[in-house]
Design a protein. Structure first.
Length: 415
């Protein structure tokens, strides 16, 4: 697929059918493009507009910035910032070790988009042969520093052949919050099929379309997420490449995700969870365009309610601070029109984001200490997907009278 096609698709990236955006979130910067004030002049913008392909069921962006604008040596998202996510990936790894790898001699595991090694460290600790593929050099470097074998490259057919030639076929190929980032899904599917052993499995998880629609969590839509998957679209997208959807398992992470297990066609039986999930998606109307018209209306209503609240707090002179400079918050701040007048700063524990401005809205990102030093009246929970972990940690904020503003599944103040 040409670079041009990857950036702006008039045809579905999976089945080639004609694509039309059903809404636009407007002019959007790179979600993780935290910047210094002297970089404002050259900030890059594109139009964030999702489309739904009725023939194959794939939810996708019409336009996506080129991958090198998003994933590079200054990539701002380090997976290991959440303690809960560390536990999640330890369990994910254990399920693979005790599942498909059990009883195999010298198994080999490949992870696509292995970031700072949050998942592979568990295989490394058990002495399992592994390889991470991570194009963002800075996060890959953290993994290598912990002894995790990692190459910095984008995965596709060619790289799959190289890996196979050097290490042999993989018993398991894993990906978490990665597949939905890759525009050339057919190329990755072919690469996976080529690299996988005939009795191997490909297991990946990503934010789930069913949750996004049910909760109006439109902030899952940003440049990196070129696709938002469902079981229906995953089944349709991989079958032409010889990979069959054999299991699905809902996950709580990232505000509602789905774990998909695929295997070479007819190599293992599909669980009943697959048909059940496909039926639920039909009932939810995920295949119908009216669902997306309603989703657009829900996004608009959510935006209006959030701005009403932030404007009235501003009139009352309340201090509001953002919590978590997430990728998701770039969509929320830019789509809703949140400015530093509404949100004084965003607190974040990631050093590379601190001292910078949030993309597009230019709200200062400050170290966590500043949140603790002078608690605001309200904290706008941009990292709402980590709500349990954060609210457990921030009990003194609430005890001191602080309140959380959340906007998923609906805009409200909670203590
Ligand atoms: P978090 C990223 O999305 C980007 P983001 C990516 N595209 C993707 O798909 C998902 O992850 C998986 C901070 N924080 O996890 C750390 C605190 O400050 O919601 C992070 O900057 N204090 C790859 O960016 C941010 O919040 C805390 O206590 O939307 C959380 O980002 C915690 C728990 C986090 O992912
Ligand atoms: Zn399609």
């Amino acid at each position: 697929m040409s670079e041009l096609n990857q950036n702006r698709a008039s045809a579905c990236r999976v089945c080639g059918a004609h694509l039309t955006a059903f809404m636009s979130f407007g002019r959007m910067p790179i979600a993780n493009g935290f910047l210094k004030s002297e970089e404002i002049q050259s900030e890059y913008f594109f139009e964030l507009a999702p489309a739904f392909c009725e023939p194959c069921g794939m939810f996708q962006l019409v336009e996506q910035p080129s991958p090198d604008k998003m994933f590079h040596g200054r990539y701002a998202f380090y997976s290991s910032t959440s303690r809960y996510m560390q536990v999640h990936f330890e369990r994910f790894a254990q399920s693979v070790i005790n599942g498909v790898l059990a009883g195999r001699a010298d198994p080999f595991v490949v992870e696509l988009g292995s970031n700072d090694g949050i998942m592979l460290r568990n295989f490394h600790a058990c002495g399992v042969r592994h390889l991470g593929v991570e194009p963002s050099v800075n996060v890959a470097e953290v993994a290598r520093g912990c002894g995790i074998n990692t190459i910095s490259a984008f995965f596709g057919r060619k790289l799959a052949s190289h890996i196979e030639a050097e290490h042999g076929h993989a018993d398991a190929i894993l990906a978490a919050n990665v597949m939905c980032h890759i525009p050339d899904l057919p190329g990755v599917a072919d690469g996976v099929r080529r690299l996988l052993r005939p009795d191997g499995v490909f297991v990946f998880e990503d934010p789930y379309l069913g949750d996004m629609i049910a909760k109006t969590s439109y902030d899952q839509i940003y440049d990196e997420h070129v696709f938002i998957f469902s079981a229906t679209s995953v089944k349709n997208a991989f079958a032409p490449h010889g990979l069959e959807l054999v299991d699905v398992a809902p996950q709580k992470t990232h505000g509602g995700s789905m774990r998909y297990t695929l295997a070479p066609m007819d190599s293992r039986p599909a669980t009943s969870a697959v048909d059940e999930c496909l039926a639920r998606e039909r009932e939810q109307g995920l295949g119908r365009s009216e669902t997306y018209v309603r989703f657009k209306q829900s996004c608009e209503a959510s935006r209006a309610r959030l701005m009403e609240m932030l404007n009235s707090l501003r009139r009352e002179g309340r201090r509001v601070v953002g919590y978590g400079a997430t990728s998701k918050s770039t969509t929320v701040t830019n789509y809703c029109g949140i400015t530093p007048e509404h949100v004084e700063f965003i607190s974040d524990t990631t050093p590379i984001k601190q001292g910078k401005l949030s993309p597009g809205a230019h709200i200062p990102v400050r170290p966590y200490d500043e949140f603790v030093r002078a608690f605001p009246d309200y904290a706008l929970l941009f990292a709402w997907n980590h709500s349990d972990e954060i609210r457990e940690k921030e009990q003194s904020f609430v005890a001191g009278g602080g309140r959380w503003i959340v906007y998923v599944p609906e805009v409200k103040v909670v203590s």
